[in-house]
Write a protein that binds this ligand. Structure first.
Ligand SMILES: [Zn+2]
Length: 271
């Protein structure tokens, strides 16, 4: 091993370790090759473009949007309180929450890093009530807070650069960061359609999304009924809802929700 090579390895290793942070929601140690500020900037750019090319409904003019805003605000308040109780409010410092309802036949919803939440009206016939809407929003918000997309960006960054250049490669390169963000999230070609997350990320989003649903004062048991309706909607239609194609409502998901339901009810649900 040459001296030069050794020093690169040592440098890379130290950057690697110093780039590890513990996630407040999941408690897991996560690699942080890209700063949250860079990711949130990329997300905000993408979000602005999406909003400017979508039909956005206002809470004043649409009862659908009023429901989304009402439920979204309660879920966000529960998230803020959760972080405050843990003494971790600073971690949400870069979050500027926005909740938008978009008129669309697509049954979909997402939350970007930085707190930009979008619910498509096409999912409302499946949520049917505020509690199920809270389940959906809580799930999507967890994906953002648990940095699931960021972990995917890390993975593609390591793949592209072999781990050598690490975060230095993206420092002060907003264009490259944007491209990486778009490919990790599946955005760009079709605005606002996110790639499916890995099954373990889905399980986390279900688990902590259920907790936020309960903390927001909504009955988490509605999650089971919602996923059953989502499953029925995908079985009965030739083109399954977008949300169902990225969130397979299989038996395992429902079983896992059932296995944590009593615990979630006891610990977090105070109607
Ligand atoms: Zn998900």
């Amino acid at each position: 091993m040459t001296k030069q090579f050794l020093s690169i390895v040592l440098l890379a290793t130290s950057v690697f370790f110093s780039a590890c942070t513990q996630n407040t929601i999941t408690g897991k140690s996560q690699l942080s090759l890209i700063s949250d500020a860079e990711i949130i900037a990329a997300a905000n750019t993408e979000y602005k473009q999406f909003i400017s090319t979508s039909k956005v409904l206002t809470a004043g003019g649409s009862s659908d949007a009023a429901s989304v805003t009402r439920v979204g605000n309660r879920v966000v308040a529960a998230v803020k309180k959760y972080y405050a109780d843990m003494g971790k409010s600073a971690e949400l410092g870069a979050y500027q929450w926005e909740i938008n309802t978009v008129s669309s036949k697509e049954a979909n919803a997402w939350c970007m890093p930085g707190g930009k939440i979008v619910v498509y009206t096409g999912i409302l016939p499946i949520t049917q009530n505020d509690a199920a809407l809270a389940v959906v929003i809580g799930h999507e918000v967890t994906h953002a807070l648990a940095s699931h997309g960021k972990q995917r960006m890390n993975a593609s960054l390591i793949k592209q650069l072999g781990g050598e250049a690490l975060s230095a490669a993206l420092a002060n390169k907003p264009k490259e960061t944007q491209a990486l963000f778009n490919s990790a999230y599946g955005l760009g070609a079709q605005y606002g359609v996110m790639l499916p997350f890995a099954r373990k990320d889905e399980y986390e989003a279900d688990k902590f999304g259920l907790m936020f649903t309960a903390l927001a004062g909504y009955n988490p048991r509605e999650a089971i009924k919602f996923w059953q309706r989502m499953s029925a909607a995908s079985n009965s239609s030739q083109k399954p809802p977008e949300f169902a194609s990225t969130h397979p409502s299989d038996e395992n998901r429902i079983k896992q929700l059932q296995s944590i339901m009593d615990d979630t009810m006891n610990k977090y649900y105070k109607p």
